[in-house]
Write a protein that binds this ligand. Structure first.
Ligand SMILES: [Zn+2]
Length: 424
C-alpha cells in the first residue's frame, strides 16, 4: 500500500488501548477510594513521568525535557524543520484527585501517536506530546506555572523558585527526581496546540453531548468588599435608624447573583466568603467583609458587569448609610481560542458524527496560557455528574475514545499528511 492509498478520514484511535493505559497510569498514586493522589514532582509524579516516557519511546518518539520539567515527546514529521503541532496536558493531580483530570489529555495524545503509527501515516509537521509540570497548583502555587513560563507569563527564575509548604523549590525538586531538563522553556514556534480534557462540569452531560468544542476560557475579576456602618443594640435601635453592614452585603450578594443570571449562560458571579462583625446575635453588624468574583468569556461583558456592580453597590451603600470600599485584587483577561483550531475540532466532531456543542472553559488550563503564543484549541468530554477534583471522578470508555478520535482528526488537520497536505 502506498502512502497515498491511506484514507486519512477513516483513521481512528484504539479505544481499548487508551482505556488500558488510563487504568495502568491510575495505579500510580491510586487512593483507596478509587481516585489518584499524585502531587506535582513527588516520587509518584516521577513514576508517572517515567511510564509516559517509556511508552512514548516505545511509540518511536524522541523525548526532550525543558528547564521547567515539561516533557515533549516528538513524533517526527516529514518536514523536520516545520513548526510542530503540540498536544497534551498534565500528569499531576489534586490531593484527592481523580483518574482523568489532566492525564486523559496526555494519554489521549499518546494514543493519537500510536494510532498514526499503526496506520503508517506520516504527517508533514512533527507532533509533540507534552506533559506540563505542576498544572494543579496544589503543591506549588500558582497553578499552570510551567505552561505559564512557556508562554512568557512568568520568568523562568520565578517558576523555578516557587516553593512548597516545606520550603522546597520546584528547581530543587526537579533535580531530585531527574526532570531538570536542559532545553530552554518555550521560545520555539508552535503551529497549533490542542488540549483534550474532561469538562469538570455538568454542561455536556445535561445537554447529552459527547464533545465540547471549547471556544475559549473565561476572564475573571476578583474583588474584596468592605462595608462599614454602626454597631448598635438589636433591641433599642429602630429599623429606620440602623446602618446595618450585613444587610448591605445581603442586598449586594443578591444583586451579584441576579447579574450573573442576567448574563447567562456564560456569566458567573460568586460570593464565597463573608465575615460580619462583631458577629453577635444581639448586635446590628456595623462591619462586613466579603469576597466577590465574576467570570465571563468576553472582555466587553466582563467590563459591563464590573460597571453594573460598582454602580449598584454604591447605590445600596448609600441607601443604607454605609461606607463602602471595593478592591479589585485579581484581573485575568478572557482567553479566546484560535478560530482555525476551534474549526478543526468542530469539523472533526462532525466528520465523526459525534454530538457536540460549543462550550467555554470555566476552569483554567495549560491551554489558556499556550493560547498566548500559539493558535490553540481544546476538546472536552463529559465527566459523570460533572464531578472533578474528586476521587469519584468518572468517564465512560466511549467518551474517552470519542474525545481521542476528535483530537486525532484535529491534529491531522493541523499537521497535514503526505496524502492530503491539508493544513489550516
Ligand atoms: Zn486538569
Amino acid at each position: 500500500m502506498t502512502e497515498h492509498a491511506i484514507d486519512v478520514g477513516a483513521l481512528c484511535v484504539n479505544g481499548e488501548r487508551l482505556w488500558a493505559s488510563l487504568e495502568t497510569m491510575a495505579q500510580i498514586g491510586a487512593t483507596p477510594r478509587g481516585g489518584v493522589c499524585r502531587l506535582a514532582l513527588t516520587e509518584l509524579d516521577r513514576a508517572a513521568r517515567d511510564l509516559f516516557v517509556e511508552w512514548a519511546r516505545e511509540a518511536g518518539c524522541t523525548v526532550r525535557v525543558d528547564r521547567m520539567g515539561n516533557i515533549f515527546a516528538r513524533r517526527a514529521g516529514h518536514d523536520p524543520h516545520a513548526a510542530p503541532v503540540l498536544t497534551g496536558s498534565h500528569a499531576d493531580t489534586q490531593p484527592t484527585g481523580g483518574r482523568y483530570d489532566g492525564i486523559y489529555g496526555v494519554l489521549g495524545a499518546l494514543e493519537v501517536v500510536r494510532a498514526l503509527n499503526d496506520a503508517g501515516v506520516q504527517t508533514v509537521r512533527p507532533i509533540d506530546v507534552v506533559v506540563w509540570t505542576n498544572e494543579e497548583g496544589s503543591r506549588f502555587a500558582p497553578a499552570m506555572i510551567a505552561s505559564g513560563v512557556f508562554a512568557g507569563v512568568f520568568p523562568l527564575d520565578y517558576g523555578l523558585a516557587r516553593a512548597d509548604s516545606s520550603g522546597t523549590t520546584i528547581g530543587e525538586v526537579l533535580t531530585q527526581i531527574g526532570y531538570d531538563g536542559e532545553e530552554p522553556v518555550g521560545g520555539f514556534p508552535v503551529h497549533a496546540a490542542y488540549e483534550l480534557h474532561i469538562e469538570q462540569g455538568a454542561i455536556l452531560e445535561h445537554a447529552r453531548k459527547t464533545i465540547g468544542v471549547v471556544t475559549g476560557g473565561n476572564g475573571q475579576r476578583w474583588y474584596e468588599i468592605e462595608l462599614v456602618g454602626v454597631d448598635a443594640h438589636a433591641g433599642t435601635t429602630p429599623m429606620d435608624l440602623r446602618r446595618d453592614a450585613l444587610v448591605g452585603a445581603a442586598r449586594m450578594i443578591d444583586f451579584a447573583d441576579a447579574l450573573g443570571r442576567r448574563h447567562a449562560p456564560h456569566a458567573r458571579a460568586t460570593v464565597g466568603m463573608i465575615e460580619a462583625s462583631p458577629n453577635s446575635r444581639n448586635t446590628v453588624p456595623g462591619r462586613c467583609f466579603f469576597t466577590l468574583e465574576i467570570r465571563h468569556p468576553e472582555a466587553s461583558v466582563l467590563a459591563e458587569m464590573d460597571a453594573a456592580l460598582r454602580a449598584q453597590l454604591a447605590q445600596i451603600a448609600e441607601d443604607l448609610g454605609l461606607a463602602h470600599q471595593i478592591e479589585q485584587i485579581f484581573d485575568y483577561a478572557p482567553v479566546p481560542f484560535a478560530p482555525e483550531c476551534i474549526e478543526a475540532v468542530r469539523n472533526a466532531a462532525q466528520q465523526l458524527d459525534l454530538s457536540h456543542a460549543d462550550i467555554v472553559s470555566g476552569a483554567g488550563h495549560d491551554a489558556c496560557y499556550v493560547a498566548r503564543v500559539a493558535p490553540t484549541g481544546m476538546i472536552f468530554i463529559p465527566c459523570i455528574d460533572g464531578l472533578s477534583h474528586n476521587e469519584g471522578e468518572a468517564i465512560t470508555p466511549e467518551w474517552a475514545e470519542a474525545g481521542a478520535n476528535v483530537l486525532l482528526h484535529a491534529v491531522l488537520a493541523s499537521s497535514g499528511t503526505l496524502a492530503s497536505q491539508a493544513s489550516p
